[in-house]
Design a binder for this molecule. Structure first.
Ligand code: TYD
Ligand code: MG
Length: 460
């Protein structure tokens, strides 16, 4: 016999972190913030709605009869963005686009929206950030103002819903999810409660009506999709738009993609009249590299399907006050700290009393372990004031025992390096064993098993 427990009608949700409790408390049990719990009606499980498939039929079918890519796609006409999306925008798919203020999210989405709206396809750009005039001004500047792109300046969720119902757009951009609020809730726009409610409602509409929906979200100083972070599991795709705002390059990266490969990277350049695609970014990321500068090593990355060459830089200087500083840009600072410890303990390179600054040049960011080898060599190069040879690239993971470990897609990385004229590659021995005859011409493979080997090869 089962006893049915009736679910309470209300829950209390923290406006800061989204944690919920069944009774009101002064202090949030999730994040410890005071007075942030807000009463909320229990809604149908939001995640359930979000994960509802694009396809409405729930009848079980033999798996080999289901079309694997039955997602209808449309091109944004920006090939770099299409590739990151997994081959274009998906009808019924929801994409969250995050990035720092001023990085170019509104520009990118306006260009994409215009590209998607060809023929009879209509698009809606709902802006809570800017007036209709500002949005229109940008569209003119981008040269994409057209009658099938509708602009709506509003901060009311219900108005956006009404516009979707009456205008029947196929593509909808919401700029931004933090500026919309639902009149059915008391909390202010931008609170976690509102963000969740707004997004889940729009996602429901997108799934029901088969819209391609793009939600723009701001990122906070900590670099997370604050607020929008709570949306990551609700949407199909999470893209981040990043880059050094003072430079021209912008990278769009898929952090999560139900419709394509994650970690795919697309590159754009911000110009006077909008974002221009950079189909061959490797040469661009290396163009300002000094020939034979100490502390600089070229890394061949392959986080998505496309390889990319980037310059990894390190600067090592004796620490002046107390604890040595480690500062990193475009790479994980914890990884740097680990590598410095491995250099000290396993390769007898003493850097623990040195300040170490490390960065990926040009505003790129590298999150993969293949960075290790290039970074370690760059640190030693700076420490010794000895440049590596200019035709050298490196990639490989370094383990805590100082061993060099295989990374995925070695042949692709080597191909890109050879294409750009690099002549020597230091890479994990286990990768060389796996490549067999597939190595590209014109590049010498230097297989290494340990960090020691790698340093010897780099500086011999
Ligand atoms: P924007 O798309 O408004 O950024 P976000 O929506 O992420 O806040 O664009 C920000 C910057 O881009 C702005 O400082 C001006 C610059 N920009 C250009 O350089 N060229 C252009 O064609 C446009 C539209 C903007
Ligand atoms: Mg904007």
């Amino acid at each position: 016999m089962s006893t049915s427990v009736k679910k309470p009608k209300t829950v209390y949700v923290c406006a800061e972190c989204g944690a919920d409790t069944l009774r009101w408390m002064g202090k949030c049990p999730g994040c410890g913030a005071w007075n942030t719990l807000e009463e909320q009606q229990r809604r149908a499980d939001i995640a359930k709605i979000a994960s509802r498939s694009v396809e409405r039929s729930s009848r079980p079918r033999p798996i080999d009869e289901v079309e694997a890519d039955d997602a209808a796609r449309r091109s944004t006409t920006l090939a770099e963005l299409d590739r990151v999306l997994g081959g274009g925008a998906v009808v019924g798919g929801v994409v969250l686009v995050g990035g720092d203020p001023g990085i170019g999210k509104s520009t990118l989405l306006m260009q994409a929206l215009a590209g998607l709206c060809t023929g009879k396809v209509r698009g809606l750009y709902a802006s809570g950030e800017e007036s209709a005039a500002q949005v229109a001004m940008r569209a003119r500047r981008l040269g994409v103002a057209a009658s099938n792109v509708l602009v709506q300046a509003t901060t009311e969720l219900e108005e956006v819903e009404a516009a979707i119902a009456s205008e029947r757009p196929t593509v909808v951009v919401v700029d931004s999810v933090q500026t919309l609020r639902s009149g059915s809730l008391d909390s202010v726009a931008g609170s976690v409660t509102q963000i969740r409610a707004v997004a889940s409602r729009l996602i429901e509409v997108a799934k029901r009506d088969g819209l391609a929906l793009f939600l723009i979200g701001h990122v906070t100083k900590e670099g997370t999709l604050a607020g929008p972070k709570v949306l990551e599991h609700l949407v199909d795709t999470v893209l981040t738009f990043e880059g050094d705002p003072s430079g021209a390059f912008r990278l769009i990266r898929a952090e999560k993609n139900r419709f394509g490969a994650a970690h795919e990277v697309g590159v754009f350049e911000m110009l006077e009249d909008g974002l221009r695609e950079v189909p061959d970014p490797s040469s661009l990321f290396l163009q300002e590299r000094l020939d034979r500068a100490a502390g600089s090593v070229v890394l061949s990355t392959a986080e998505g399907t496309r390889p990319l060459l980037v310059e990894v830089q390190a600067l090592v200087a004796p620490a002046v006050y107390g604890a040595a500083r480690r500062v990193s840009t475009g790479l994980d600072g914890r990884r740097l700290a680990i590598l410095l410890a491995v250099l000290d303990r396993k390769a007898d390179i003493h850097v623990l009393d040195q300040d170490v600054f490390a960065s990926v040049a040009g505003g790129a960011r590298v999150d993969e372990r293949a960075l290790d080898l290039a970074l370690a060599i760059a640190v030693v190069s700076s420490l010794r004031e000895r440049p590596v040879s200019s035709g050298l690239v490196a990639f490989g993971e370094i383990g805590l025992a100082g061993e060099v470990r295989a990374v995925p897609r070695a042949a692709v990385r080597l191909g890109e390096a050879a294409k750009l004229g690099f002549t020597r590659a230091i890479l994990p021995a286990s990768n060389v064993a796996g490549i067999n005859g597939d190595a590209p011409d014109g590049i010498e493979l230097i297989a290494v098993k340990t960090l020691d080997d790698a340093l010897r090869e780099a500086f011999d």
